[in-house]
Design a protein around this ligand. Structure first.
Ligand code: MG
Length: 298
């Protein structure tokens, strides 16, 4: 038995009651009603919270066109057999690293390629060493269409002054997916899967006024790398671009820049700030990270 909690508008709560009122109904305290449906119990609270308890909750949500909460939405809304579809996927890398660019990659994996890529060892980049990622991506890039975007720290810092990180990601995911779809045209993917970093409604709001190709085919999912190889491939390509970007910046500035945001990062950032100045640091680091504030303590 699983439990899902939604917040619904009053009209939706009323409409559900209209539809299901032939089933056993009670009115526990603080509720509009409680319905006992064949596979689940629906409790509609006066607060607007609706609690679903039982089984087949995902089909109930789909049937009534209800959005599941963000934490569980993803897997619930992905159609069955989605992992066997021909899919365009996207993922990002570098957003947790003080040094280096933010990268977003999109990749298209057709149904026919899934098995081959599986055998090749394509999987969630977090499960692979950087070296293995680079070896595999070198092969992968000859096998599938992809597009990769690199937002270098200097530009990143400028844009971040008027856009938050999720907004920047939304723009990059959208651009990477649009350009990928132009590359593979006239093929249209069965589905488009984005590794979820914000609510789908927020994604649309960030992209207001921008073209979003095949919006109706887009699915959002947490842990999307494990739900379709296209996102796994995109995660590897994005990571590869991040590693290369970090290496390039290291060479330019003359310091071996580590990834991440830990203590070794703070020490090196302080050194760069002291020896090269803030302007140099801005070319290699994401300045809004807390690491920057900590530098005054060194
Ligand atoms: Mg991700």
């Amino acid at each position: 038995m699983t439990t899902t909690v939604l917040t619904l508008a009053r009209e939706t709560i009323q409409a559900l009651y209209q539809k299901y009122q032939s089933f056993p109904t009670t009115t526990p305290p603080h509720t509009h009603y409680q319905l006992k449906l064949p596979t689940l119990t629906l409790t509609a609270y006066l607060s607007g919270k609706v609690v679903l308890q039982g089984s087949h909750i995902d089909s109930f949500l789909q049937e009534n066109q209800l959005n599941a909460p963000a934490t569980t939405a993803s897997s619930l809304t992905l159609p069955q057999n989605f992992s066997t579809w021909s899919v365009a996927g996207s993922d990002e890398s570098g957003n947790g690293s003080y040094f280096g660019p933010l990268t977003v990659a999109s990749a298209y994996v057709s149904q026919e390629q899934i098995e081959t890529l599986q055998q090749l060892g394509i999987q969630d980049s977090k499960k692979l060493s950087d070296q293995r990622i680079q070896e595999l991506v070198a092969i992968l890039k000859h096998q599938i269409p992809y597009h990769v975007l690199v937002l270098w720290p200097l530009k990143y810092n400028q844009v971040h002054q008027y856009k938050n990180l999720n907004e920047m990601k939304a723009l990059m995911h959208n651009q990477a997916l649009n350009l990928l779809q132009k590359k593979i045209a006239p093929i249209i993917p069965d589905g488009i899967l984005i590794d979820e970093f914000c609510k789908p409604s927020t994604y649309d709001r960030y992209l207001a006024g921008q073209p979003i190709l095949n919006r109706e085919k887009i699915y959002f999912s947490t842990k999307a790398e494990s739900k379709h190889l296209a996102v796994a491939a995109a995660s590897m390509i994005a990571r590869d671009a991040f590693i290369n970007g970090l290496a390039q910046l290291s060479q330019e500035i003359g310091y071996e820049l580590p990834s991440g945001a830990g203590a070794s990062v703070d020490i090196l950032a302080a050194k760069i700030l002291k020896r090269e100045g803030r302007q140099s640091l801005e070319t290699v680091a994401k300045m809004h990270f807390k690491n920057t504030q900590k530098l005054t303590h060194y």
